[in-house]
Design a protein around this ligand. Structure first.
Ligand SMILES: Nc1ncnc2c1ncn2[C@@H]1O[C@H](COP(=O)(O)OP(=O)(O)OP(=O)(O)O)[C@@H](O)[C@H]1O
Ligand SMILES: [Mg+2]
Length: 148
């Protein structure tokens, strides 16, 4: 079962869209296995966005993600990275398909509501940045036994 790190970014918290965003992942069938509401430090932000260091938007990215609290969660399920990224929609909200989180609710690339890991490898690195292994809960959902 694959896992991914999802963040509801500061704009999602400020717009009180936590429930709306979590619902979409739950309704799809992803399982919440860890969750934490936190204010990210610059140190954690720099670690999380290390792959973007050197890009023109890096400083803005770190500054925005630390501008207010975020909700971090680990979601698990079949092809979790791909499924969550489809639900999130394209990075640029003007390119995100209606029906996706960004397509329905975001206007700006810098404030696109959610982060989702982009590969299984990065997911494991990102999860470890936010959660201790003991904070990730191992349990079964009835739907987990369905064959896919
Ligand atoms: N050209 C840009 N200008 C401003 N912000 C950008 C730009 N490109 C990306 N970003 C911001 O940086 C984040 C990380 O970029 P990335 O290319 O990893 O997109 P993503 O994988 O779709 O989004 P995320 O990593 O947040 O899930 C984007 O979500 C967006 O908020
Ligand atoms: Mg990304």
């Amino acid at each position: 079962m694959e896992r991914t790190l999802i963040l509801i970014k500061p704009d999602g918290i400020q717009r009180q869209m936590v429930g709306e965003i979590i619902s979409r992942f739950e309704q799809k069938g992803l399982k919440i296995v860890a969750m934490k509401f936190l204010q990210m430090s610059s140190e954690l932000a720099e670690k999380h966005y290390a792959i973007h260091k050197g890009k023109g938007f890096y400083d803005e990215l770190v500054s925005f993600i630390t501008s207010g609290p975020v909700l971090a969660m680990v979601l698990a399920g079949r092809m979790a990275v791909k499924q969550t990224r489809n639900l999130m929609g394209a990075t640029r909200p003007e390119e995100a398909t209606p029906g996706s989180i960004r397509g329905d609710h975001a206007m700006f690339t810098g404030q696109n509501l959610v982060h989702g890991s982009d590969s299984d490898e990065n997911a494991e690195i990102e999860i470890a940045n936010f959660f201790e292994p003991s904070e990730i809960v191992n349990y079964d959902l009835a739907t987990g036994s369905w064959i896919g």
